[in-house]
Structures are given as structure tokens and as C-alpha cells.
Design a protein around this ligand. Structure first.
Ligand code: ZN
Length: 244
């Protein structure tokens, strides 16, 4: 079975559509949160994702968009985008966002799905081995997939539980996931922050037991144009070009 793993779509429909084309056929999609926030197309992204066989988590931006989390915790640009999103989102889509869990376990595949970290599913950024190790200790599954940092990375625990520096995955090169404990971030569809502006995602192959990271170009200018028309903050528009 091929499973599309994606995160941090951030209401960027052009990026999401490019990912869905490049992904090829898949049986299920797992979305690790932050469907909305920052970008110009929150309703369209929710509806596109809901048209798939989808398992979806809540991110901090999803919670903020429906008033479940205070925007006071956001920086000024993120706050402005969150309030814009809140004013635009349709009531049924808002109701759907409210149903999303912060964490989910796929027992048959021995994997935990989370937006931030197993320790703090909504807010914690797993950027170093210490946070990854604490994450492994907080869950019972062998594998964990997370988002939130917008940076594709693979953390591996040794048999003794120590965790080395995160490995930056090579695009198109499968990472074997059949042994050991791994915590893997697919990167961000709609607002990458690793210096590569292309949309990021991963394919989990449960027959080969591999996870493969991918990048795909999308019509970035059209997303920027829609953000400009929506009056979203200039810094959020500009950063898409740099992937930062
Ligand atoms: Zn995010």
C-alpha cells in the first residue's frame, strides 16, 4: 500500500495540487496538521483533502483558525493570517477542523502521527536529538511521523535509545523503515523552511517498508498573487520564494 504523507499545507492550494499530481496513485493520505493558516485558500485546501481517503491531525494554525487556541501566542504576521483565515473559513469546514485530533496511532503499522511532538502534539518543534529522544520515550510505537517545523528530517534511535543528529533526506531516495525506531518529518507542502521553495511530501510504502521524501515545483507566483489580493502580510508572501 502507498500512503501519501503530507504536512503543513497552510492553505496553499497550488502546492497541494502539484503534490497530488506528483504523488501518483495512493490508497490513503495522512496529513500531519496545519491545513490552514498563512495561505490564501483555506476552504479549498480542506475540501480537496477531504475528497481523499484521509487521516488528518490538528496543527496549531488549525486550532487558531477555529478559536480553540488564542492567536496571542502567534507572531504578528501569523496572527494577522490566522484572523484572516478565521473570517473566511466556512462553518462546515470550521466544524471539521474542530474534530481533528492532536495525535493518532495507526496500530497495524506501529506508527504514531502527530503535528508537533509526542510530548506536546500542538506546539513543540522537534529540531534536535534531545527533543526526538523525549518523543520516542513518550510513545509506544516504533515509528513516528510529525510536522510543524516545515523541515524534512529523519531522526533514528539506537537500540539503547540514544538519538543521533537528524539526517536530511535525499529526495527520491527511499529510507528503509522496517527496523529500529524512526521519527520522520515529511517537510511542508505549502510553506517550506529548509531553503528549498518546492512543495515537500513523502510516500510511505508499506510493502517495501520504505518512506521516500519528494519535492515538486508549483506555481508559486499564483499563490503569491492570491495572497496579495487577500491582503495577507507581505513577509509571508515573500518568504515562499526563499523557502524560509
Ligand atoms: Zn505549520
Amino acid at each position: 500500500m502507498r500512503i501519501l504523507v503530507l504536512s503543513d499545507v497552510h492553505a496553499n492550494l497550488a502546492a497541494l495540487e502539484a503534490v497530488l499530481v506528483m504523488a501518483g496513485p495512493f490508497s490513503q493520505a495522512w496529513c500531519l496538521g496545519d491545513v490552514v493558516g498563512y495561505g490564501p485558500d483555506p476552504d479549498a485546501c480542506i475540501e480537496r483533502l477531504r475528497s481523499l481517503d484521509l487521516r488528518c491531525l490538528a496543527g496549531n494554525h488549525d486550532r487558531a483558525a477555529v478559536g480553540m487556541l488564542s492567536v496571542a501566542e502567534f507572531n504578528p504576521d501569523a496572527r494577522a493570517a490566522a484572523l484572516w483565515t478565521r473570517s473566511r473559513i466556512s462553518p462546515p469546514n470550521g466544524d471539521w477542523l474542530k474534530t481533528l485530533p492532536a495525535m493518532s496511532v495507526v496500530t497495524e503499522l506501529d506508527v504514531t502521527l502527530v503535528h508537533g511532538s509526542p510530548v506536546d502534539p500542538i506546539w513543540e518543534y522537534v529540531i534536535d536529538p534531545g527533543a526526538a529522544r523525549a518523543g520516542f520515550e513518550a510513545i509506544g510505537t516504533r515509528l513516528c511521523l510529525n510536522g510543524h517545523t516545515h523541515v524534512p528530517i529523519v531522526f533514528r534511535a539506537s537500540d539503547r535509545g540514544s538519538v543521533g543528529p537528524g539526517e536530511r533526506p535525499r529526495n527520491g531516495k527511499p529510507t528503509p523503515i522496517g527496523r529500529g525506531r524512526l521519527l520522520i518529518n515529511p517537510g511542508s507542502v505549502g510553506q517550506p523552511r529548509d531553503g528549498d521553495p518546492r512543495a515537500a511530501f513523502a510516500i510511505l510504502d508499506t510493502d517495501a517498508m520504505t518512506l521516500t521524501h519528494h519535492r515538486v515545483d508549483y506555481d508559486l507566483a499564483s499563490t503569491q498573487g492570491r495572497m496579495r489580493a487577500a491582503g495577507l502580510p507581505r513577509s509571508l508572501i515573500n518568504r515562499l520564494v526563499f523557502g524560509r
